[in-house]
Write a new protein. Structure first.
Length: 294
């Protein structure tokens, strides 16, 4: 999301999101007495539906999946794979055997997200680490995998479903004992989706982080894992905080508002697939699309 302008003296803030929850709207800043995580604060759509619909159409612009999108993938793969014997396992990635014998007829015991990475654990004690970066995609299909122009890197097939990873460039097959030695995981802070607002407040006050500007800090995966551009922009807007501020410059109520907002938005993005509008505003946006197409 790009927020223009950042001048707090303006009575309105304009936002142009570029993710799946994209919308173009004029938001009246809530009164100072409002709680910052009150998502019902006045959000006024631009007159007419064309601008809003155009912005919603940008939802399919490729972007780096953030923590909520990765968590949704983990949940989807869990439903498809856990406890079901694998009838075929193959890889097309440097450093990994194409047909590892140890995984043939094994099963998946868990699929978990860590920030923007995915950890798929097998009954053999092996773990598949993957990071989609910008272009990696997981696909679940019934029966054999469908033809694709993308480069297939991983195939995990059960008697009923095929789970394939395409175009990813960061894949490691390791063991449960060694998975934490992967450089990306070593650098990660706690996952934003598991941390909770109270622990996040404490982390914001931590001297290791409290002197950094929020604009950079919230994207630092060593601070909290899983926050990307749209969660950062939405959280700062709803908490009414300048990205140039530092946690140590904030009042206690502002720290609380930011932590609460991040916690709420993260959970909502998991539920909705990256849409950060509350239910009322989302319904209004969809109604405009229906009205346009009627």
């Amino acid at each position: 999301m790009v927020v223009l302008p950042c001048d707090r003296s303006d009575e309105h803030a304009w936002s142009l999101p570029t993710g799946r929850g994209a919308r173009l709207c004029r938001r009246a800043l809530p009164p100072a007495s409002s709680t910052a995580c009150d998502n019902r604060a006045g959000i006024e759509p631009l007159s007419g539906s064309r601008s809003l619909v155009s912005a919603l159409a940008q939802a399919h612009v490729p972007r780096m999946p953030e923590g909520p999108e990765t968590r949704r993938v983990a949940l989807r793969l869990s439903r498809a794979l856990i406890g079901k014997p694998l009838v075929e396992v193959c890889f097309d990635f440097p450093g990994i055997a194409p047909w590892p014998e140890s995984l043939q007829h094994a099963s998946v015991t868990s699929v978990a997200s860590r920030g923007k990475a995915l950890l798929t654990t097998f009954s053999t004690g092996q773990v598949l680490y993957s990071h989609n970066l910008l272009y990696g995609r997981w696909a679940v299909t019934r029966g054999l995998p469908k033809p694709s122009r993308r480069r297939r890197r991983v195939l995990l097939r059960t008697a009923e479903l095929s789970v394939a990873l395409y175009s990813a460039t960061e894949i490691v097959l390791t063991t449960e004992a060694e998975v934490e030695s992967i450089p990306y995981l070593q650098r990660l802070g706690p996952d934003v989706l598991d941390l909770g607002a109270v622990a996040l407040r404490a982390r914001l006050r931590d001297p290791r982080f409290s002197g950094r500007q929020l604009a950079a800090l919230l994207l630092d995966q060593t601070f909290v894992a899983g926050i990307g551009n749209y969660l950062r922009a939405e959280a700062l807007f709803l908490a009414r905080l300048s990205p140039a501020k530092r946690p140590r410059d904030l009042e206690a109520r502002e720290i609380r508002a930011l932590a609460d907002t991040i916690d709420v938005l993260g959970a909502r993005a998991v539920r909705t697939g990256g849409i950060t509008l509350d239910d009322k505003r989302l319904a209004a946006a969809k109604a405009l699309v229906v009205e346009r197409d009627a």
